[in-house]
Design a protein around this ligand. Structure first.
Ligand SMILES: [Zn+2]
Ligand SMILES: [Zn+2]
Length: 380
C-alpha cells in the first residue's frame, strides 16, 4: 500500500509498504480519508534535527531527555508521516464491540490500551501497556515511537480498537476536524476544563511554534464563552484567523520584547493563559499575567536544558502551571458538542485544503493547517 513517507529534511513522498493485518481479536484496520498535518511535524520536516538535537544535547543547550522521546538517534528516516486522521473502519477483530465496519472514526495520535493505570487515570498518551518499550507510542514518528506507521496511508493498524477509536457523531464534517487526533484536543485541554472552572474567564494566548494549537485554543475559548480572548502573535496570517474566530488579536513584532505588551493586556490578569509559542520567556510572561488562582498551560515543546520560570510569582498567586503531552483520546468527545452547535468551527483554522494525491507537495508547504482528503469508500 502507499504511505506518505518522510525521507529527510524537506523530502516527503509516497512509498510502497506492507499492508497491516489483524493480529488479534481486539484490533481494527482503518482507511483514512481525511488527514491533517500536526504542528509538531515541523520539527523534523523543515529542520536538520538529526545533527542539531545530539549537538544541542552535547553542548548542554538541550535537555538530554529530548532524545528519549523520539529515539536515539532521533527520528531516523524513512518513516511514515502523519498522526491526525479520520477514516472508515474496514476490518475488525472478533472481540471489538465499540465500532463496526463502515463507522467513521477519529484515530488518536497515541496508542492506548484503555486498561492500564495511566489509561484509567485519563492519561492515555502515557499508556504503559501499548506493546512497545518506547517512552511514547504513537503514529507518524518512526521507530522511536514504536513504528506504528503514518496516517497518510491506505490502512492504519489499530492495536486496541475499543479503547482508541472514537466514532464521529451526526452533524460533523470530517474534513473540518481531522486535527481532533491531536492539535484540536491538545488546544481543548488548555482552555476547556479551565473555563468550566472559571466560566466566562478572560484568556491570554501566545501563538507561535504550535501554529494551529494556539488558534484552536483561541476559537475553543470563544466557543466556551470566554468574555475576552487576547491572542498574541507575530504572524499576520494567524492574527487574522484569531480575529475571524472572535479573539482579540495583539501583534508582537519579531524582535519586540514581550514585556512591552503590558499596556495592551488586562490589569487584573487572566485566570487562564496558554503558551503555544514554545518560547520560555513568553510562557514566563503569561504566568506573570495570571490572576490569582490562575492556570497557565504550555502546549509547545520546551527542550532547552535551562528554563527560568517566575516561581515566586506563582507562589504568591497560587498559580498552576501545566505542561504535558496531549491526551487526545480523553478530550475528543468533549469537543464534539462544540462543533455540533457550530460555536466552534475548526474549518476556520484550515489554511490549505488539498487532494490526498497532492500530499507529498502539500506536506512541505509553510502553512498553518494543512488538510488532505479523498473520497470515502462507503457513502452511507
Ligand atoms: Zn502531533
Ligand atoms: Zn493503557
Amino acid at each position: 500500500m502507499q504511505q506518505l513517507t518522510f525521507l529527510g529534511k524537506n523530502r516527503v513522498d509516497w512509498r510502497e509498504v506492507a499492508e497491516p493485518t489483524l493480529q488479534s481479536e481486539r484490533e481494527a484496520i482503518v482507511r483514512p480519508f481525511v488527514a491533517a498535518r500536526c504542528d509538531g511535524d515541523s520539527l523534523f520536516l523543515f529542520h536538520n534535527y538529526r545533527k542539531a538535537m545530539p549537538l544541542g544535547v552535547n553542548l548542554h543547550y538541550l535537555d538530554p531527555k529530548v532524545l528519549d522521546a523520539f529515539g536515539n538517534p532521533p527520528l531516523q528516516p524513512p518513516f511514515g508521516v502523519g498522526h491526525e486522521a479520520i477514516g472508515e473502519v474496514t476490518e475488525i477483530g472478533s472481540a471489538v464491540k465499540n465500532v463496526k465496519q463502515g463507522d467513521v472514526v477519529v484515530v488518536p495520535w497515541a496508542i492506548s490500551c484503555g486498561k492500564c493505570q495511566p489509561c484509567y487515570q485519563q492519561l492515555p498518551a502515557n499508556c504503559s501497556r501499548n506493546g512497545k518499550k518506547t517512552l511514547i507510542s504513537a503514529y507518524g514518528f518512526g521507530a522511536g515511537t514504536g513504528g506504528f506507521g503514518g496516517m497518510v496511508s491506505d490502512k492504519i493498524w489499530i492495536p486496541f480498537a475499543d479503547a482508541m477509536l472514537v466514532k464521529i457523531p451526526e452533524g460533523i464534517d470530517p474534513v473540518h476536524c481531522a486535527s481532533l487526533s491531536d492539535n484540536i484536543s491538545d488546544a481543548y485541554r488548555s482552555v476547556g476544563p479551565q473555563l468550566d472552572k472559571f466560566p466566562e474567564a478572560p484568556v491570554l494566548i501566545f501563538g507561535g511554534n504550535a501554529k494551529s494549537i494556539g488558534l484552536y485554543a483561541a476559537a475553543l475559548a470563544v466557543a466556551k464563552g470566554s468574555v475576552q480572548v487576547d491572542y498574541v502573535d507575530d504572524n499576520l496570517e494567524r492574527l487574522t484567523i484569531a480575529a475571524r474566530v472572535g479573539a482579540n488579536p495583539i501583534e508582537l513584532r519579531k524582535r519586540q520584547k514581550v514585556d512591552t505588551l503590558s499596556g495592551a493586556l488586562r490589569k487584573d490578569g487572566y485566570p487562564i493563559a496558554v503558551d503555544a509559542s514554545g518560547s520560555v520567556s513568553k510562557l514566563a510572561f503569561a504566568i506573570q499575567n495570571l490572576a490569582p488562582g490562575g492556570t497557565a498551560t504550555g502546549v509547545a515543546f520546551y527542550v532547552k536544558k535551562r528554563n527560568s520560570l517566575p516561581l515566586w510569582e506563582m507562589y504568591l498567586k497560587s498559580a498552576t502551571l501545566h505542561v504535558g503531552i496531549s491526551h487526545s483520546r480523553r478530550d475528543i468527545p468533549n469537543v464534539f458538542p462544540l462543533i455540533q452547535s457550530k460555536k466552534f468551527q475548526p474549518e476556520k483554522i484550515t489554511t490549505m485544503l488539498t487532494d490526498w494525491s497532492d500530499a507529498p507537495k502539500a506536506y512541505l508547504e509553510q502553512t498553518t493547517k494543512l488538510v488532505v482528503f479523498r473520497e470515502r469508500l462507503n457513502q452511507n
